[in-house]
Design a protein around this ligand. Structure first.
Ligand code: LLP
Length: 440
């Protein structure tokens, strides 16, 4: 059970953050701030850890680990994925292009998306992707047309909504059908989609997919989803006297963001998932299908931190008479939209020195022209934090850089990979020239 918030290679010596032996000051001097730092070995270890746990738990019934590119991808990270031998889940033409540029075997690419364009579908089929996950009746026809045009037979899964609100248990897990993704099992839409796919000889239906949510911290919802998908596999077998060979149970495994949080670890999750699948298959008298998963956050989230420099410190007296210290850093909602968008909580540590100053109620804010530009709403921080200090925010690897924007014309920060005492840029900082380049 891991509760660490920092990448494996991070240590603090006399209050100074080091990654792979490099100090925060050196990182700031060499790469400027704000910047994301990724621990390459930790990333590879986590990717391989999920793969090993899937293979150990499911044995010959192990499908693939598809890393969810939406959490964070770059061409270099795609190369690491390829080297780890796992697959990748892409949900746009852009993510597909990065995966291919990184040399990922197309057979190990799985294509998602609720509104894939005809061009995206054609590029995917032409590239020879392993699986396309179908999300609408229109798409079934479009993928079949692309396969016909290219003279191929495309393997497909159907994305199903098993009617579960993640974080909840079965008693209240029936209603969540009101989503844009997939075909609902309960309403019969899933069965109609099965009949539809079977009309096209260009499509090979391999099985079903579900993704029930993200940052999930218990296994109950996965069990219900597996049970319902397996129920439909059994119905298919009864109707057509053949069993579909694959299930993909999606991603969603939660990580630690705050001190005391506990992540869902691969070595605990996958044995549990295996017994849930095995029991459901026994009840339905089915052979265990090949099971795939799509962790994004659980692989990349803990392997990165963001380094900011403090620019201003301001005390604001509230109506209650209480004083709140606003500490402004050189990034904010353009490099981490999650606090504003989801109320997500983070923590931070002073990274360039130790401090024994008393703690004061603080709010960590960015430099954007917006009141809601908050990185951490409430945190106690040393009262002597001053302009020029460095603050590091852990667990920003997933949906940090990947959801970054150019709001207020702030260039997006770089991603720097650290390994064996060396740091190198894998995704460079955007420049003002990059931004101006878009203007005609
Ligand atoms: N598979 C599918 C089909 C998905 O839609 C997702 C995430 C994943 C896998 C990976 O989920 P993960 O293991 O990373 O939880 N922007 C939000 C998260 C959105 C997730 C969307 N789908 C956030 O920052 O929390």
């Amino acid at each position: 059970m891991s509760t660490s918030l920092w990448p494996a290679g991070v240590s603090f010596n006399n209050g100074v953050l080091h990654i792979s032996g490099i100090s925060a000051q050196t990182l700031a001097k060499d790469f400027a701030t704000p910047a994301f730092f990724i621990d390459e070995d930790d990333f590879r270890a986590r990717a391989m850890g999920w793969n090993k746990a899937l293979n150990q738990s499911f044995g010959s019934n192990a499908g693939n680990v598809y890393y969810a590119a939406k959490a964070f991808i770059s061409v270099e990270v795609a190369r690491w994925i390829a080297a780890c031998g796992i697959g990748i889940d892409v949900c746009t033409g852009g993510e597909l292009a990065v995966a291919l540029a990184g040399g990922i075997d197309p057979q190990k690419i799985e294509v998602h998306g609720n509104n894939k364009s005809v061009s995206e579908i054609e590029r995917a089929v032409a590239a020879g992707v392993g699986t396309i996950v179908m999300d609408s009746l229109f798409e079934i026809e479009r993928v079949a047309a692309a396969a016909r045009k290219l003279g191929k037979r495309q393997r497909v899964l159907l994305r199903l909504t098993p009617g579960i609100e993640a974080h909840t248990h079965e008693s209240i897990a029936t209603a969540h059908e009101d989503v844009k993704f997939g075909f609902s099992i309960a309403s019969g839409a899933a069965w109609n989609a099965i009949l539809e796919v079977r009309k096209y000889p260009e499509l090979e239906l391999r099985g079903f997919h579900s993704h029930i949510g993200s940052q999930i911290l218990n296994m109950d919802s996965f069990e219900i989803a597996a049970d319902r998908l397996i129920g439909l596999l059994a119905k298919f077998r009864d109707e057509f006297s053949a069993q579909l060979p694959e299930l993909d149970l999606g991603g969603g495994y939660g990580i630690a963001y705050l001190p005391g949080d506990v992540e869902l670890e691969a070595s605990e999750v996958l044995p549990a998932l295996y017994s849930q699948v095995k029991n459901a298959c026994e009840r339905a008298k089915l052979d265990i299908p090949k099971v795939s998963i799509e962790p994004g956050r659980a692989i990349v989230g803990p392997t990165m931190f963001t380094l900011y420099e403090v620019g201003t410190v301001k005390d604001v007296t509230l109506e209650s008479g209480k004083v709140r210290r606003y500490i402004s850093v050189d990034g904010g909602m353009s490099d981490n939209i999650r606090p504003s968008l989801y109320g997500a909580k983070y923590t931070t540590s002073l990274a360039n020195r130790s401090s024994s100053a008393p703690l004061v109620d603080s709010r960590l804010v960015g430099k954007h022209c917006e009141t809601g530009d908050i990185v951490i709403r409430d945190i106690e921080l040393p009262s002597d934090i001053a302009p020029g200090d460095l603050l590091a925010v852990p667990a920003t690897g997933a949906y940090g850089r990947s959801m970054a924007s150019n709001y207020n014309h702030i260039p997006r920060p770089p991603v720097i990979a650290v390994k064996d005492g060396k740091a190198r840029v894998i995704l460079r900082r955007e420049s003002e020239a990059d931004l101006l380049n878009l203007d005609i």
